[in-house]
Design a protein around this ligand. Structure first.
Ligand code: SF4
Length: 122
C-alpha cells in the first residue's frame, strides 16, 4: 500500500484503477489496464495490459513506486493476481486503506466520473 500512496504523491493517480475485493468491502489501488484509468478495474480492458508497460518495460521499475501486487503477481506469477491480491488485501482492508482510496478518488475526480458527489475531506 505504501507504494500506491507514493505513486499518488508523485501525481500518478490518474494512471491507477480501483480493484474491489470479491465482497466489495474494500478496494485496492493498482496500476490501470490501458484505457481503464480512474475507473473500477474492468475485465474488458485486461487484454490491453498495464498502462505503465512500454515496449515491454515497466515505467515504474526502479522508482520505488512499483506496487507489491505487480512485483509478485502480474509478471512473476502470471494468473495469480487474485490470490496475490487476497494476500495483500488485508493491508487495504483497513482505515488507512480506505482513506487512501478516498484520497485517490477525490484527487482524480473518480466520484464525479461515476456521477456521484465528492466524498471525504478536502
Ligand atoms: S510491474 Fe507491470 S503491472 Fe506493475 S506497474 Fe509495471 S508494467 Fe504495470
Amino acid at each position: 500500500m505504501s507504494e500506491a500512496a507514493a505513486a499518488l504523491d508523485a501525481g500518478l493517480g490518474s494512471r491507477m484503477m480501483l480493484e474491489m475485493s470479491p465482497d466489495r468491502s474494500f478496494g485496492v489501488l493498482a496500476p490501470a489496464f490501458a484505457g481503464n484509468e480512474v475507473d473500477f478495474a474492468l475485465d474488458r480492458y485486461e487484454d490491453r495490459g498495464c498502462t505503465f508497460l512500454r515496449e515491454n518495460r515497466c515505467e515504474l521499475h526502479g522508482t520505488g513506486l512499483q506496487p507489491l501486487e505487480c512485483r509478485f503477481c502480474h509478471h512473476d506469477r502470471p494468473g495469480q493476481g487474485p490470490a496475490c491480491h487476497d494476500a495483500v488485501g488485508a493491508d487495504w482492508d483497513s482505515d488507512a486503506g480506505r482513506a487512501l482510496v478516498t484520497r485517490w478518488a477525490r484527487l482524480t475526480g473518480f466520484w464525479e466520473r461515476l456521477g456521484l458527489p465528492p466524498r471525504g475531506h478536502p
